[in-house]
Design a protein around this ligand. Sequence first.
Ligand code: ADP
Ligand code: MG
Length: 243
Amino acid sequence: NGSVSGEDQPTTSGVENGHQEPFVIGVAGGASSGKSTVCKMIIDQLRDQRVVVVTQESFYYGLSDEELVHVHDYNFDHPDAFDTELLLSCMENLKHGKAVDIPNYNFKTYKSVASARKVNPSDVIILEGILVFHDSRVRDLMNMKIFVDTDADVRLTRRIRRDTIEKGRDIKTVLDQYSKFVKPAFEDFILPTKKYADIIIPRGGDNDVAIDLIVQHIRTKLGQHDLCKVHPNLYVIQTTYQI
Ligand code: ADP
Ligand code: MG
């Protein structure tokens, strides 16, 4: 037809492959900002849909023996700590309706263990993690990008509580790691990706209104998908949208 080009071109992949591409949501934000909590709230409200959560933490590189000896000097908050190529290929496969094996990372041994988690294609795929907006190729797979924006003192307080009470670490180690790695990485790598967000949620999981609006929007988008399934002719007018 020649009237549209590039990104605005209508997609017919749903027809060709016999399925509609899943709706991919990225959830980024600082450590302990409430990303997992926000994801859980979204899933709880979308109970009637097939939703799957992939966390970036599954894609941590395992540590070498040398790195294990100096584990306190290892920067877990740096983009290079993650196997982004593997994350990208898993997300591309899921986006195209293929099942994938997500690595199973063990936080006690700092190694990826063999028993991977099989994830089946779904209607909604949520990818959450501190740096999921860092790589443009991963970002470009997302239909909706959410940044959970929680004050630094709240994030630090939660981290101290979690690492001392739940993980049994001493407070000095937690504070050293925070000032050496967590805070600089937030400022250098995580905060600069906030500009890519479509939605910024202040106060994370405390923000019921924001969660309600997000869920409503997802439902609208999924409804459009269903409409296209019922009326195949509508495929020709559906565009590849970026919200
Ligand atoms: P993230 O996934 O961003 O690291 P989590 O959702 O795991 O953050 O939250 C970190 C910690 O803070 C968890 O212990 C969680 O229970 C707690 N938490 C998260 N959101 C809230 C909230 N709105 N109010 C109180 N505690 C919260
Ligand atoms: Mg989490």
